[in-house]
Design a protein around this ligand. Structure first.
Ligand SMILES: [Zn+2]
Length: 109
């Protein structure tokens, strides 16, 4: 796994796709948009929450790159497959632990 490449990918994701999108969505809308906003509110809030969560995940991955723990599963401490890290650069868990969490099981118990 090339950490420099991963770091760059994460930073680009954070800067271009998320922060720009977040700022745009948080900007005050004009009155005609307000009514539609009320209708869409639950969806918009959900989207923003998901984006905030993703930004948090990406920041976490960047700090793991900085402290050298990036690429190790936080559940079982095994190496996360390169293929998984390329697909999900902010992955904290290996596929097995992630599936266990999603199935509400204790990771790697
Ligand atoms: Zn694991």
């Amino acid at each position: 796994m090339n950490l420099h490449v991963q770091k760059k990918a994460l930073e680009e994701f954070l800067n271009e796709k998320n922060q720009a999108g977040l700022l745009k969505e948080m900007r005050t809308r004009d009155a005609s948009d307000m009514a539609q906003d009320l209708v869409d509110q639950h969806i918009t809030v959900g989207c923003l929450e998901n984006r905030y969560a993703l930004v948090t995940e990406i920041r976490g991955a960047l700090s793991r790159i900085a402290d050298g723990s990036y690429g190790s599963c936080l559940g079982c401490e095994k190496k996360i497959a390169d293929k998984r890290l390329l697909a999900v650069p902010w992955a904290k868990f290996c596929t097995r632990c992630q599936e266990a969490i999603e199935n509400q099981l204790i990771p790697c118990a």
